[in-house]
Design a protein around this ligand. Sequence first.
Ligand code: ATP
Ligand code: MG
Length: 572
Amino acid sequence: MEKTLTPQTPAAPESADFIRDIVQGDLKTGKHGGRVHTRFPPEPNGYLHIGHAKSICLNFGIARDFKGQCNLRMDDTNPTKEDVEYVDSIQGDVKWLGFDWADRLFYASDYFQKLYDYAVELIKAGKAYVCDLNADEVREHRGTLTEPGRPSPYRDRPVAENLDLFERMRKGEFPDGTRVLRAKIDMASPNMNMRDPALYRIRHASHHRTGDAWCIYPMYDYAHCVSDMLEGITHSICTLEFEDHRPLYDWCLDELKTPCHPQQIEFARLNMTYTVMSKRKLLLLVKDQHVSGWDDPRMPTLQGLRRRGCTPEAIRAFCEKIGVTKANTMIDLSLFEHCVREDLNKRAPRAMAVLRPLKVVIENYPEGQTEELDAVNNPEDPSAGTRKVPFSQVLYIEADDFREAPPKGYFRLFPGNEVRLRYAYLITCKEVVKDAQGAVVALRCTYDPATRGGNTPDGRKVKSTIHWVSAAHGVKAEARLYDNLLLKSDPEDVPEGQDFLSILNPKSREFVDAWVEPSLKDAKPGSRYQFERVGYFCADPDSQPGKPVFNRTVTLRDTWAKIEKGRTPPKK
Ligand code: ATP
Ligand code: MG
């Protein structure tokens, strides 16, 4: 597919991207009467994803920056694929992302009568006709990129006959697929979209809002420009695949001689490595239960990202960072994760949690004694204060923080070595306890009572600080660890004849039994933490009192920062 991305440096706000430049220019010349009015027009046939967030931030962002307005419009012209469930989720997601359409929530279906009336106008003007060819025949007449199309035998039907047939289409006299209303444009146009495209089709299907009032439904290209016009949109921003449809957008509005004529502007859609983005594919993942639902934390949907622990602020910062261009690129997933970390680093309180526990017994610590040690809640935010963490004789540490035979450069725990327990004491590993199979089951250590709080009064250095949880006080929690949805960075990189399902990562999630410090016992779903040295986590709605469940939002390893550092030329 496209090349892997380099993010654009966010430019000055007055000229942040080419679309804002256009808007700015139009304001100077007074083109749309000095107004700026955009819209975000999702089709309610699925949940919103991070790609939609880019469009939402752009449309609502432009309205905000230029003191204009942005509508939320359900583009609901395809009754068989749409549902109120989606209508509701879309509204919730746009709000969650931090945008407000005030009282301007619209539905393309509210315009069905007007769209119909305008279609009648086109017929009267000799600019549209009812065509009786079936879908195959229409395709066959359309020609190819190198050959012109052939006119339909129904192209020159008299206006009166067209009016009659169109009305009868509406009344439900004809079965699905037997007739369409087509624009009469140019069968020889080099642009296939202009070869008498369909404006209306027959579809005997109930609509989630209009019920059975209609059995003909307008096509996207016709409905969209007219809806924009009816709402007084000034800048109709859409993705690049509609560039070739722009002449049709303009044709409809020109032929209808409408009072206002929005300008369609195209930008590159967001694609991200290791991620599929089309609603069709996401729906397949849900329907075929490759994921647990639209809000599965592995999904790039806003609900998935939210459940995973991403904040709206991080998503907005990401959208700002990637900017808006005319060239299709693939954004590195690590850039998104970088934005998530940057945001969580500032806001997420720290806590200690052990994902793969190894028991440590401190031989010389009094059995049954408990101490409350002070721990810093967020080093990035002094106002977050401190909390008490209980310490006792038996602890859990991360299994990976111990090696019986340490490789070179390993400074954590190994027999004979001393490390610092975060906020607690220095301990030294004395003995390794194994089971009958020879697996390490516990460590026996000693602590130095003079090092309370992790200080070394004698100034001796230890190279490593590890986290821990007191076994007697810790809370058992479920930690859900997520990895990339896809095995390949390029979602299109699939074996011949296969689809993206063939590159799904079978190990994209793993649930482990973790131990967390007692302050997390009743963590509220949605609350976010940095588990020190482990990653950012967010309490899941599946949490029960006393039995929290945490989703790993991201690990702490920032590969993007590394990539970026590698790009910066070294300072002399
Ligand atoms: P999908 O391909 O995921 O089904 P869509 O374009 O059919 O998406 P719509 O509901 O029609 O989905 O999209 C609403 C708006 O969001 C449109 O203006 C569309 O251009 C924009 N949009 C959709 N996907 C992306 C994306 N990946 N990047 C940027 N904008 C997007
Ligand atoms: Mg669409």
